[in-house]
Design a protein around this ligand. Sequence first.
Ligand SMILES: NC(=O)c1ccc[n+]([C@@H]2O[C@H](COP(=O)([O-])OP(=O)(O)OC[C@H]3O[C@@H](n4cnc5c(N)ncnc54)[C@H](O)[C@@H]3O)[C@@H](O)[C@H]2O)c1
Length: 300
Amino acid sequence: MVTGGAGFIGSHLVDTLISRGYCVHVIDNLSSGKKEYLNPSAIFHNMDITSSEAYDVLLSESPEYVFHLAAQADVSRSTKWPFEDMQTNIAGTLNLLEACRHFPVKSFVFSSTSAVYGNAPTDFIDETCPPSPISFYGLSKFTSESYIKLYGDTFGIPFSILRYGNVYGPRQTSKGEGGVIAVFLETLMKNESLKINGDGLQTRDYVYVQDVVEANILAAAKGNQHIMQIGTGKKTSVLQLINLLQNVHSKKITSFHAQDRQGDIKHSCLDNRFAKRILTWEPQFPIKDGLRKTYWSYTS
Ligand SMILES: NC(=O)c1ccc[n+]([C@@H]2O[C@H](COP(=O)([O-])OP(=O)(O)OC[C@H]3O[C@@H](n4cnc5c(N)ncnc54)[C@H](O)[C@@H]3O)[C@@H](O)[C@H]2O)c1
């Protein structure tokens, strides 16, 4: 079962699972996901993860593995509508966990985020860094993590919690956790100038979507009540991204600087050594390769 299987990351996960011979069910309400991203071989349940229908589908299908990606994943939306964010991200997770109490799920793999850390005291974060969210989105994800851990302890539900860096790749849109790569590519496709917030020296850990998919699948098999960071362990600045894009874009890229976004942290990079060790996982796509693949997906 993949919740959010019509979304950016979820649809890639569904494609890979199906290509490996799994029978895949998807729960998605298409609030940000798209029907055309949904693999036609997946069994689709168009419903909300907070609903009794979703609870019933989980019970009747009793999937061996639950990959929980469905979420309200837009930080600014969470600030405007914290209650809605809480309902989808916390109550939705709880609804799924409640169902999972009643059948022998082999693994519940949760998509979390480095947003749980807020303004971390270091720019190279590892899993021992205490979460301190500064957005309602980060808070709802962290709260969901806590529920998952407690359900694991109390009812023996096996789980893995994956905290992603900045995921990018084909099918991403500039909404949600979207981020700068999707924004830049959409802007380039309109032949417009790229807006750089601040000096462009701010760095993030950009991880390619297929690497995140592989981490999910490995976590289902090998994760054992762990919280793991899924990133590359490498930082890339906004200016470096533009240089890399210039290598693949045929026209001269123009850009301009705007004010720093309020509340944005300057640098963030995830130590991925724990995930590498537990999952025997290794990111396969350096930023220049992933960016090229993403660029071509926008132009083809
Ligand atoms: N994209 C990133 O960089 C990133 C980083 C960290 C964590 N994450 C997490 O990874 C997961 C997937 O993110 P994404 O970027 O693919 O986002 P996305 O918005 O593309 O996918 C989310 C999917 O969930 C579905 N959905 C939302 N609310 C729902 C509900 N109430 N009931 C049923 N379906 C619902 C949407 O329709 C969509 O298909 C999310 O949990 C997100 O928080 C993403």
